[in-house]
Design a protein around this ligand. Structure first.
Ligand SMILES: Cc1ncc(C[n+]2csc(CCOP(=O)(O)OP(=O)(O)O)c2C)c(N)n1
Ligand SMILES: [Mg+2]
Length: 552
């Protein structure tokens, strides 16, 4: 047996079903070993997209996704997707090939020290040179990717090691582990937290990304906010942990310039942060006034932050701790009136322009049409740009992880690969990716992968010929813009060239007609939708006026 075969057996034992990647001369033994394996290799068109796809499968299945590249250029290519898994907290195993061990010292063709290159972005990495520990290294890699926070682990398999013949007898595989999080906070911690909360008159709940990781947390947060009648807001990646149409819901938080919901933090006398992960939206942005915090999470925060002053904390199993805390709370009867006033303003603004028939289309109308079409548990995947902020703002999610964002790395180009990963994880759910025209162009080659896999995903491209999110920032901060315009192909023709259907939306009412047609196809579909981003500046204007009014 070759070492590469042993490696593949170890991956099978971890339950791996797919590996996404691009072949190279140095990983041919690994690929050859897949012939006898139950694992399916899926050739992608770019390594970073392979890592994006695998990362999304990792997120949605709870089992680390696996991606593969060759050495040198394949390994450098795969880094952005790996960084996304690291910062978007998706469990991922990254396997790169390497030149023969003795040649590494000579600086030969395509040799880059990938272990050093990947080290800052992965949780842990190792080059496989000692064969007897290989099974343990693979088992550790999976365990590490799934330890909190989820992230990427990198394994390097040099060419000469992969092709080495070994005795079957050393191929003893370690048992897989079944680790459960059950840590409960101390009684004294509950007493402290309960006392701090009971004294607060205007508590505000901030739901963070980590709360989306376990379904039990949703029910626990719901009963907590209902007992306290505390308004809540959530970060982009926590959308849907508690339904966006709940009467206590204010608005998703994270628009860089500060949206209406940021005012809630100025009103609050206590913030209860549940599963908050600073990677998304640093406390400096929402708590400049350093309001006291009750921290409820799996972890002690790794860094001290003066804008995150913890007055009480419950560390460990989030759902269990929240339930016990809720039992100690007195039932309150209504949300503080100042929050109700704010909620009314928010609701009015969110509904604004939803019915607009204008062409090009306003973001609010497009999103309203999408929400009306998709079911509660269908998946909307956002790419990165102004469209992402509009989706976060306007699209109510009713369940966790049904509206998916990259808000850690926030790399453009995730939309299409993530939609592929999401559809593979949930073949029975409808998956719609909304991409900016800039973002889509960064990963469009993967359309062929989706065609080859016969994945009926729908990709809606918001066309404006601009890197609009950056233009928005430039105009707001500098009063002019630079470097934001580009040309586009005809997306309907592009779809045709890939052998799939393409639609162009010519008026607002067509979205509702095109979506059902698009989702009745058996292969991917592109929808081109021209968008009017002057709405960005209108929103900024309204927010500016609101601030000076409400906080006077
Ligand atoms: C890989 C990468 N490069 C650059 C950026 C910076 N950036 C963030 S949003 C954005 C513009 C996105 O343009 P588009 O996809 O057309 O979306 P729009 O803002 O127009 O909706 C840019 C350049 C980024 N986040 N990721
Ligand atoms: Mg654009």
């Amino acid at each position: 047996m070759k070492v590469a075969e042993l490696f593949v057996k170890c991956l099978e034992q971890q339950g791996v079903q797919y590996i996404f990647g691009v072949p190279g001369e140095e990983n041919i033994d690994f690929l050859d070993a897949l012939h006898q394996s139950s694992i399916q290799f899926i050739a992608c068109r770019d390594e970073t997209n392979a890592a994006f796809i695998a990362g999304m499968m990792g997120k949605l299945t709870g089992q680390p996704g696996v991606c593969l590249s060759t050495l040198g250029p394949g390994a450098t290519n795969m880094m952005t997707g790996t960084a996304s898994a690291a910062l978007d907290r998706n469990p991922l195993i990254v396997i790169t090939a390497q030149t023969d061990v003795p040649l590494q010292y000579e600086g030969t063709h395509q040799y880059i020290n990938t272990i050093e290159m990947y080290r800052p972005i992965v949780k842990w990495n190792a080059s496989i040179e000692s064969i007897p520990v290989l099974p343990k290294i693979v088992a550790d890699a999976f365990s590490s990717a799934l330890s909190s926070p989820f992230g990427a682990v990198h394994l390097e398999l040099p060419h000469d090691v992969a092709s080495k013949q070994i005795q079957e007898s050393i191929a003893a595989l370690p048992e897989t582990q079944n680790l459960k999080r059950t840590m409960t906070a101390l009684d004294s911690a509950f007493e402290d937290a309960a006392r701090v909360i009971q004294l607060a008159q205007r508590p505000l709940v901030l739901i963070g990304r980590r709360a989306s990781e376990e379904p039990e947390i949703s029910a626990a947060v719901l009963s907590f906010v209902e007992t306290l009648k505390a308004p809540f807001t959530e970060t982009y990646m926590a959308k849907g942990v508690v339904s966006g149409d709940h009467p206590l819901h204010l608005q998703t938080i994270g628009l860089p310039e500060g949206d209406y919901v940021n005012t809630a933090f100025e009103i609050a006398d206590l913030i209860i942060a549940i599963g908050y992960d600073s990677i998304e939206y640093g406390a400096k942005k929402w708590n400049k006034a350093a309001k006291p915090i009750v921290h409820i999470d799996l972890e002690v925060p790794a860094k001290i932050n003066t804008c995150y002053p913890i007055k009480a904390s419950l560390i460990g199993d989030i759902a269990g701790n929240l339930q016990s805390l809720t039992e100690r709370m007195e039932q309150r009867h209504e949300m503080a009136s100042v929050y109700q006033q704010l909620k009314d303003i928010i609701t009015k603004d969110l509904r604004k322009s939803e019915e607009s028939d204008a062409y090009p289309l306003v973001p609010q109308r497009i999103i309203k049409e999408i929400r009306e079409f998709l079911s509660e548990d269908d998946l909307l995947v956002s790419d990165v740009g102004a469209h992402k902020h509009w989706i976060a703002r306007q699209y109510p999610a009713f369940q966790a992880n049904t509206c998916i964002f990259s808000n850690g790395l926030a790399s453009m180009g995730v939309g299409l690969p993530w939609a592929i990963g999401a559809k593979m994880a949930f073949p029975n759910k409808r998956v719609l990716a909304v991409c900016g025209d800039g973002s889509f162009n960064m990963s469009l080659a993967e359309l062929e992968t989706a065609v080859r896999l016969e994945l009926p995903i729908v990709v809606m491209i918001w066309r404006d010929g601009r890197y609009s999110a950056i233009e928005w920032e430039q105009e707001n901060k500098q009063g002019r813009s630079m470097g934001i315009q580009f040309g586009n192909p005809d997306f309907v023709q592009l779809a045709t060239a890939y052998g799939v259907k393409g639609y162009k939306i010519n008026k607002a009412t067509e979205i509702g007609e095109v979506l059902p047609k698009a989702f009745s196809e058996k292969s991917p579909v592109l929808i081109e939708c021209e968008v009017d981003y002057t709405e960005n500046f209108r929103l900024s204007e309204r927010l500016g006026e609101f601030k000076s009014m409400f906080l006077r």
